[in-house]
Each structure stands twice: as C-alpha cells, then as structure tokens.
Ligand binder design. Structure first.
Ligand SMILES: NC(=O)c1ccc[n+]([C@@H]2O[C@H](COP(=O)([O-])OP(=O)(O)OC[C@H]3O[C@@H](n4cnc5c(N)ncnc54)[C@H](O)[C@@H]3O)[C@@H](O)[C@H]2O)c1
Length: 266
C-alpha cells in the first residue's frame, strides 16, 4: 500500500532526537525523503544508519541563516524539491520562576531562548519559502501546550511558544494560497528537551515529570514522541488537508478540559 507521503520531500529541524526524530521516522515510513537539520554528527550518523539515502543531514544551528539555506538547498538538490518544512528545534527554560532570574540576566536568557524557539523558526521558514511556493507545499510548526496555557514552562518559554501562534496565523495569511501553514501543539512528552547553553537538565529526567503530566491531563499519561507524528503527516499531506491552513492541532491529553494545578510554592 502506498504511504501517505509517497514522493514527498521534507525538511525537519531538530530532527535528531525527540519529537522531530519521530516525525522524520514516520515521514519516511509514509514514503517521504527527509533532510534533517541536526546539532551533532552523531545524530546525523544515526539517522543515515537507520534510513540510508532516504535521509540526508545538515549539521548546523537553526539560529544561523546559512545553515537554514544549506538545508533547503540539500532538499532541492538531493530530492528534487521541497514539499514540507517542519520547524521544530527548541530549548526549554525548565519553568524557572520569573523572579528567580536576575534582572540583568533577562536579556541574555531571552535572546538565547528566543533565538532558537522563534528566530530559528522564522529563518527556516524564510529560507524555504521559494521552494515551497514552487511545490505548493506546506509548513507544520511544532508548537506546545505552552502556546495556550500557563504553567508548563517559565515566562520565557511560554512567551516564545505563544509568539509562534501569531507566526502561524500571519504566515498562513501571507503565504496563501500556495503554501499552507499549520502546527501541532504537543503537551508533555518523554524527550530529552534541554535548556540554554550550560544547562545540563533534560525535561524527562526531572523528578516527578511523568506523574505531574499524568495527573494534569484527563487522558492520564505522559505522551511519547511517536504519539504526535501522525498529526504532522495529516497536515503535511495535500491529499488529507488541502483546505486546512492556520490550524493548530493540540496533542496534549486534553489539558484544556482539566485545567492545570497550581504548583505548590512551599
Ligand atoms: N517534550 C515536551 O514535553 C514538549 C512539549 C511541547 C512542545 N515541545 C517542543 O517540541 C520541540 C522538540 O523538542 P523535544 O521535546 O523533542 O526535545 P529534544 O531535545 O529531543 O529535541 C529538540 C531538538 O532541537 C535541537 N536543537 C536545539 N537547539 C538547536 C539549535 N540551535 N539548532 C539546531 N537544533 C537545535 C536539539 O539538538 C534536539 O535534537 C521543541 O520545539 C519543544 O519546545 C516539547
């Protein structure tokens, strides 16, 4: 049986691990070929070992314009076109309380986090626009439950993910009708999502993270990266969603209908 993305060419940023990696694996299983913008050579080696010539990697940094251009060029030269862009690379602030950040440090932390979470998405999108217009392709952003709700991150992370809601809407408006712009907004997911440079914490290693997510969503469990991947396929596919743009699909266990508990401060 033909896959749902047979013949598609995709580019996923931050696809070496976590949610991005699950999207790459699923896209390729559905018949696509993927360029993956990764941070490390070991992620690149791992992807190529698993997928052979269906995956091609650029080792780089989403904050760098040239690296984004190189990734788009790789899709066009190796796979002949670009049908789908998935801006996904991100960093977390581990819910550090706003008042725990010294005022003098805010600018630096803001730039480090927003440069990856927001600027990185804008650069990737700008680099891909011409190729996507030509293919009448689509963009699927990774957003977050923190794009809608407080309490899943600190002020910097939640601000950055809220900013991307506006980005999806504005770009859906500007890039239509050739390019559809949508997003998947995962809730708590078992990944090694990391922090700013020098921060060695990883989300899924935090004490009590799994229980906290399970307690706070009606569906009652911490999701795996693979739980979200099919939604990216749906939004990427012209056949399955050709009348859908400016849509954000929440894959968060139903946070909205339960609400989130306030963290105890004592
Ligand atoms: N894990 C969760 O609970 C969760 C929930 C909602 C949304 N998200 C979002 O999902 C996306 C993927 O995160 P994840 O949870 O899979 O974590 P992850 O750490 O497994 O994946 C993030 C990827 O981004 C890459 N990356 C970070 N900075 C980069 C940079 N400057 N240039 C290039 N690549 C860079 C990392 O190397 C990593 O491969 C992020 O945007 C995150 O905010 C995660």
């Amino acid at each position: 049986m033909a896959g749902r993305l047979e013949g598609y060419s995709a580019l996923v940023t931050g696809g070496g691990k976590g949610i991005g990696r699950a999207v790459v694996d699923r896209f390729i299983a559905e018949g696509a070929r993927c360029v993956v913008l990764v941070r490390s050579d070991s992620d690149a080696d791992d992807l190529v070992a698993m997928h052979g010539d269906k995956a091609a990697c650029v080792t780089g940094d989403v904050r760098n314009w040239d690296d984004n251009v190189a990734a788009v060029e790789m899709a066009v030269t190796q796979f002949g076109k670009l049908d789908v862009l998935v801006p996904n690379a991100g960093v977390y602030d581990f819910s550090d309380p706003f008042e725990s950040i010294e005022g003098a440090d805010i600018e630096d932390r803001y730039r480090q986090l927003f440069d990856v979470n927001v600027l990185g998405y804008l650069l990737g999108t700008r680099a891909a626009v011409d190729a996507l217009r030509e293919s009448h392709g689509s963009i699927v952003y990774t957003l977050s439950s923190s794009s809608f709700f407080a309490g899943g991150g600190g002020a910097l992370y939640v601000s950055s993910k809220h900013a991307l809601v506006g980005t999806v809407k504005q770009l859906a408006y500007e890039l239509a009708p050739e390019i559809r712009v949508n997003a998947v907004a995962p809730g708590g997911t078992r990944t090694g999502l990391g922090g700013l440079p020098g921060d060695t914490r990883a989300l899924a290693d935090l004490d009590g993270f799994e229980d906290m997510v399970a307690r706070n969503v009606p569906l009652g469990f911490l999701s795996e990266p693979e739980d979200h991947a099919s939604l990216y396929v749906t939004l990427a596919s012209r056949e399955e969603s050709r009348f859908v743009t400016s849509e954000i699909i929440r894959s968060d266990g139903g946070i909205e209908v339960r609400g989130r508990r306030r963290r105890k401060t004592t």
